[in-house]
Ligand binder design. Structure first.
Ligand code: 5GP
Length: 116
């Protein structure tokens, strides 16, 4: 068996995190290194899917749940508008291979892509 991902360890409460949303299938917590005033990680509880491409092919309903969770969080923590980022692959910046979305909101500057 592979080691559990850091997000699985957060889900299991083995690693502390500020959890802001949770259902039986999805969890969301503040990113440990925020890149925006609101920076929340939304991830399925299963670590079966490594990235958004695998998730879309394997369980499109679960992907839709991540998106609707992002919307809920942006309503609760910002003005309802948000940027949703799925880094996909190491060269694109992915470091945790347990699919997750970054919900960025609350004042993102004027750029439309990237952080600046
Ligand atoms: P990726 O680079 O894979 O797209 O995103 C991984 C994200 O997880 C990064 O933004 C990183 O800051 C965040 N992260 C990594 N380890 C932890 C942790 O232990 N706790 C929390 N809350 N976030 C983490």
């Amino acid at each position: 068996m592979a080691e559990p991902s850091i997000f699985t360890r957060i889900i299991a409460r083995e690693v502390p995190a500020t959890i802001v949303f949770e259902t039986d299938r999805v969890i969301a917590f503040n990113d440990i290194a925020p890149q925006a005033p609101v920076h929340i990680i939304v991830t399925p509880k299963t670590e079966r899917y490594r990235d958004v491409v695998e998730l879309a092919a394997g369980d499109s309903e679960l992907l839709a749940e991540l998106v609707s969770t992002a919307r809920t969080l942006a309503d609760e923590h910002a003005d309802g508008e948000f940027r949703l980022v799925f880094n996909t692959g190491a060269s694109a910046g992915q470091t945790v291979f347990h699919v997750h979305a970054h919900v960025l909101a609350g004042g993102l500057g004027e750029g439309t892509l990237g952080s600046e």
